[in-house]
Design a protein around this ligand. Sequence first.
Ligand code: P6P
Length: 335
Amino acid sequence: MYTLGEFIIENRDYFSYSTESLLRLFSSIKLASKAIHKEVNKAGLTTEIIGSSGVINIQGENQKKLDDFAHRAFLESFKNRNVVCGIASEEAKDFIVINNKDKKENFLQNQYIVLIDPLDGSSNIDVNVSIGTIFSVYIKKSPIQMDVTIEDFLQQGNKQILAGYIIYGSSTILVYSTGNGVHGFTLDPSVGTFYLSHYNIHFPVKEKIYSINEGNYAKFSNGIRKFIRYCQEKKDNRPYTARYIGSLVGDFHRNIIQGGIYIYPKTASYPEGKLRLLYECNPIAFLTEQAGGKASDGKNSILDIEPKELHQRTPFICGPIGMVSQLEKFMNNFG
Ligand code: P6P
């Protein structure tokens, strides 16, 4: 079985940047995700790690202790590997400059810009539902000698050179794409190694699942409501199965493997949509398209949206092309 490192080396010809720097980047990601895997898997046993940190994060949400732990784990592992020059995190208001000028030998490689949701769906931690890390990577745009600027982070999703997630569920799986298909690696905790377990993931042809929080039905637009009823009617290969666990990584991972659409539209509580463009929607949209699917805000491709600010939100739809196009048609015709 290929390890993640062996797979990256085997496929180095498909990656336009230095393989060595990609291996170092993944070394950081693997280290942090293994530390989080360990804490998540025993969260119920230690009060130090579950529950709230007592901090209200920049999202105005009650930060969970594991959120903070995950944020710090990634920050430290990126800083120590000299391969990232700037980080934007859901848990930090501003981007974080990593200045490695003193480490000349790696300086030229430190071109990676990372945007990350260290632990998405963390409200599920205390009830043992799968949660995940979502990451998005770009090449620095500003002059290499300068520290990162906000423009380095506000790049369109179609400029990503790497995107992925780690799902902490019944097993811990790292799923990523560098633009050459979507591949999944399962952690063998007994040896602390990620092994290739899902080669070239593609949405199945059969559309099966729709994932949306129907508790917001009364406030959905007519187009969304029409699509929900379309999913439920007995016709063709419908009704679809409704599955929604309130954890984007968990819902998406199931949908990309079993064939389903995930929808988080505008709601009364989130008139701009709830999900964050830069470190939730762009990376998931990149994986969606690489797996033969489609990702939009109901009208425009997510990857073409010109970002304006670090934590901006967007309505988010991702899944098989047929299902997403059908929903876009209803939204276009019925509002
Ligand atoms: P709701 C988790 O907070 C999250 O950001 C996503 O992981 C998840 O899909 C969504 O919000 C759930 O939101 O409003 O349905 O509870």
